[in-house]
Design a protein around this ligand. Structure first.
Ligand SMILES: Cc1cc2nc3c(=O)[nH]c(=O)nc-3n(C[C@H](O)[C@H](O)[C@H](O)COP(=O)(O)OP(=O)(O)OC[C@H]3O[C@@H](n4cnc5c(N)ncnc54)[C@H](O)[C@@H]3O)c2cc1C
Length: 393
């Protein structure tokens, strides 16, 4: 029995393309029922799991209570605002499709508003984008916004001085893409600067009231759009959040069989799980590969359990990391080979198409990319669902 609060799977690495009008949301989402339709003895229920009663082996959900023999938690992660309620209320997250659509609307609404105002300060703020966090999400979004500024804004808004649009990428440490090699970080920064993105390193954002971003230095930004890409934490569920097995970043401590500490019938995999090893003392990175590999291994282990065989411990195969900055610009770190530029960009595209679920989605995304590449365009720049920040309503 699979429970999910959404009836679709989201391919999160391409969310930034939805936010920037490069792709429609339905090309990066896929119905869960369709993914698993050929498996016998499988059920899906659209349900929000609210609480786990580990002792009674019971789940409380919005569609009623459910009993289980074995439970696997694969709830992923959510944006981590590190307890800053003001930033949470005023900035934009980009973890789900609805959030990406909100961001897309806000970006476009801001340009429409910039056209209307005669106040220069207000106009600048409406065209000032601040992205907090220069991991792959922040870097990819900054690059895409820079390409919009260059290729699309002058055509769409000929009566607006779009040269004033600014993209600021803020990183608290001394290099961007800090999980990747130094070579990849350096090259990605060069690419961003080529595209006109302002990269601020060793700067920590302290507050954002909807108008002004303050930092731990003298630097401040007047901006109508702040995207928070500075961290994620495990999406925990009430009842399974005790201190003795929940570690840094709200992740559940698991052993090499993915069993949550203290339970042999509750498992956790993916972003929510923290499997500490010598090479990864803080658990595997919150990325797709550990999640996919842990899921496959646990599936195999359940069959072994049924057959009364011992479970196999998990072994992570690190397949490397990559990020794209824009057209012909990407960085790829493989175990024995690190490369950047045009070839890296083609590899990035191929890998993302390969992992996208659904043949139709692959075709649609591929055709969109070819079209956008030839035409320098992004045709999904639509305000379908106008967005207004709650704090401003
Ligand atoms: C913008 C962005 C870009 C990324 N780019 C990359 C990348 O380039 N490469 C990479 O390797 N990784 C990337 N990641 C990370 C990667 O997407 C995650 O590591 C991966 O999806 C984790 O898989 P998961 O199965 O643990 O969780 P998820 O894929 O997040 O799935 C969790 C599921 O649980 C459901 N759920 C959560 N709580 C409940 C509940 N209470 N009740 C019912 N259902 C619930 C959710 O609806 C969701 O379907 C990116 C993430 C983001 C947000």
């Amino acid at each position: 029995m699979l429970l999910d609060k959404h009836n679709y799977h989201t391919f999160q690495p391409l969310l930034y393309q939805v936010s920037t009008g490069g792709l429609e949301p339905d090309s990066i989402a896929y119905p869960i029922r369709k993914v698993l339709k050929d498996f016998p003895n499988f059920f899906f229920r659209l349900a929000n799991v609210e609480e786990v009663d580990a002792e009674k082996r019971k789940l409380k959900t919005n569609i009623g209570d459910l009993k289980f023999d074995y439970l696997v938690l694969a709830t992923g992660s959510e944006t981590n605002f590190f307890g800053n309620k003001e930033i949470e209320a005023n900035s934009m997250a980009m973890k789900t499709i609805p959030q990406s659509l909100n961001l897309r609307s806000l970006i476009l609404e801001n340009f429409e508003d910039a056209l209307l105002t005669s106040d220069l300060h207000e106009r600048n703020a409406l065209m000032n984008f601040v992205i907090v966090g220069a991991g792959p999400t922040g870097v990819e979004l900054a690059g895409a916004l820079a390409e919009i500024k260059k290729g699309i804004l002058p055509k769409d808004y000929p009566d607006l001085d779009t040269r004033l649009a600014q993209i600021n990428l803020i990183q608290s440490s001394d290099r961007i893409l800090k999980e990747m090699s130094e070579k990849a970080s350096k090259k990605a920064e060069d690419f961003l600067e080529e595209l006109g993105v302002h990269v601020w390193k060793n700067v920590r954002v302290m507050s954002y009231d909807g108008k002004t971003v303050t930092t731990n230095s003298d630097l401040t930004f007047q901006a109508a759009t702040v995207v928070w890409a500075a961290g994620v934490k495990g999406a925990t569920i009430k009842g399974l959040d005790a201190e003795d097995y929940m570690v840094r970043g709200n992740r559940l401590l698991v052993n090499e069989f993915s069993q949550v500490k203290g339970f042999d019938y509750i498992f956790a995999i993916g972003d929510i799980a923290c499997m500490q090893t010598e090479d990864f003392p803080n658990g595997y990175p919150m990325m797709a590969q550990p999640a996919i590999q842990q899921g496959a291994q646990l599936g195999e282990n359940f069959i072994r359990l049924i057959e009364n065989k011992p479970m196999k411990p998990f072994e992570y195969k690190d397949k490397g990391a990559m990020a794209t900055i824009g057209r012909n610009k990407a960085v790829v770190d493989l175990k024995n080979w690190k490369f950047q530029g045009v070839f890296a960009w083609f590899v990035w595209m191929f890998v993302h198409l390969y992992f996208l679920i659904g043949f139709r989605n692959r075709v649609v995304v591929f055709v969109n990319w070819v079209y956008n590449y030839i035409r320098f365009d992004r045709e999904a720049r639509l305000i379908i669902r106008p967005f207004k920040r709650k704090s401003m309503q």
